[in-house]
Design a protein around this ligand. Structure first.
Ligand code: EPZ
Length: 423
């Protein structure tokens, strides 16, 4: 397994182009299942997860080709298989995004249950509640969920989500595009990736109002055509680089971004004393001499993103004062704490809260990545720490960050990847 080695303690500086958003690319790949021909997806990040979803779509019968690095063409006209196998789903729970489009297009979807992951149990009861409301018959057996539409197809319904779920609302929205009649989804997730998916479905001929707001209305249509799309930038990658400027005492400009998607992170970095300026699609972050502590409570969009909680915690370990960080979305998203403590951080845990007492500096250590965003947190800590940090199990990082160490090297960081067996 690969490792990343960082010689920390130096400010980073410069500009970095943000890649396409993983969490928009995955549902949009799934949405191509609903099309009848060739879709072209541009600005697709080259990640383990995007390669996995491409493999899944192929498994269903589509022809998928990757051209020029960040462009994919997907020919969905040959999709006939409604089953997503355990072998693929176990590596990426977002494979459950195939449920909605498959049952809408083929009348059936059989997807291995995603199972939990490091950050929580992550059930899909809300996904199934919505599909059942649209008339589907749900059967759970042998680790699979088997969803069957009635012979006459799905029928629109009024669905109020019990909680905010991003992929839950995506699955239901995709299924409803071909359901007869009107579907209204209340208490819908408002993440930019939901809006991006809605915009793609509309390009395919779907009749959708309100994607990206708390109430989404879908009028079913008979069929959808394939369409081309450019994937939106990755707001979590951008926020991670912004946080890297802050933790290293440096100055970074992220380009090809949309500041509106990272408003909560910009506010929090400003609270910590950073100077943040937005000019068009560029966001510049200049670190203060010494970071101020700040309290954080994760929340659904537009609140502070849970996918930035671990990275911000790294920042707070060397801020002036005490910070309280509450994780309200996932029940086990503090796996980075033990690793940060190995680097000298002073963090105590109580329920879903972490209390961080700022220390003068972190010191490099051998640490282990446990999940995608915890890995990013350890990279940030390593960039700030005095001495050498060795991060193992970086395959977690490769799920969601494209060429991360190269991008940080270009910003002046002393960071390199050491290839291990097994990737
Ligand atoms: C999406 O996951 C993202 N992944 C996650 O990003 C992100 O952390 C999360 O949304 C929250 O913003 C993708 O978009 C591929 P949820 P998702 O359904 O949709 C509970 C990353 O690092 N819940 O919004 O799976 C669930 O357990 C990843 O890029 C149910 O109980 O998250 C969680 O506690 C990590 N039942 C909460 O709701 C359900 O049916 C939010 O989950 C669905 C969810």
């Amino acid at each position: 397994m690969d490792k990343i080695i960082i010689e920390g303690g130096r400010p980073i500086g410069g500009a970095v182009k943000i890649s396409g958003a993983k969490n928009a690319a995955l549902p949009i790949f799934a949405a191509t299942i609903l099309g009848d021909g060739v879709s072209r997806l541009a600005n697709v990040p080259d990640l383990r997860d995007t390669r996995t979803i491409a493999k899944l779509i192929e498994e269903l019968g589509a022809k998928v080709a990757r051209d020029h690095g960040d462009e994919y063409t997907v020919d969905s006209s040959t999709i006939t298989n409604y089953e997503a196998p355990y072998e693929l789903v176990k590596t990426m729970r977002a494979s459950c995004l195939a449920l909605g489009p498959l049952v809408a297009r083929l009348g059936r979807a059989k997807v291995s249950l995603p199972g939990g992951c490091a950050i929580g149990e992550r059930p899909i009861d809300q996904h199934l509640k919505g599909l059942s409301a649209l008339g589907a018959d749900i059967e759970l057996a042998h680790g699979y969920v088997d969803v069957k539409a009635p012979p006459k197809g799905l029928t629109g319904a009024h669905i109020t989500m019990d909680m905010i779920t991003v992929t839950g609302v995506m699955n239901i929205m995709m299924a409803a595009t071909l359901a007869k009649g009107r579907t209204v989804i209340e208490n819908a997730a408002r993440e930019p990736e939901v809006l991006a998916l809605g915009e793609y479905l509309i390009k395919m001929g779907a009749n959708i109002e309100g994607a990206g707001t708390a109430t989404i209305t879908i009028e079913g249509v008979a069929s959808l055509r394939s369409a081309d799309i450019v994937i939106i930038p990755d707001r979590i990658e951008a926020a991670t680089f912004m946080a890297a400027a802050a933790i290293t005492g440096g100055s970074v400009t992220v380009t090809d971004m949309d500041a509106a998607m990272v408003g909560a992170v910009i506010d929090k970095l400003a609270d910590c004393g950073c100077k943040v300026e937005t000019l068009g699609a560029d966001i510049s972050v200049q670190a203060p001499e010494k970071l101020r502590s700040a309290n954080i409570s994760t929340a659904p969009y537009p609140g502070f993103p849970t996918d930035m909680q671990a990275q911000m915690m790294a920042l707070m370990t060397i801020a002036n004062g005490t910070s309280v960080i509450k994780e309200t979305i996932f029940e086990n998203r503090f796996m980075h704490v033990a690793e940060l403590r190995r680097m000298g951080a002073d963090i105590s845990l109580g329920g879903n809260s972490a209390t961080v007492l700022g220390v003068s500096h972190l010191s490099g250590a051998e640490v282990m990545a446990t999940d995608l965003r915890a890995s990013a947190s350890l990279v940030l800590a390593g960039l700030a720490a005095e001495g050498e940090t060795v991060i193992s199990r970086v395959y977690h990082l490769d799920r969601g960050y494209e060429h991360l160490e190269e991008k940080f090297s270009r910003l002046g960081a002393n960071i390199r990847r050491v290839k291990g067996e097994g990737g």
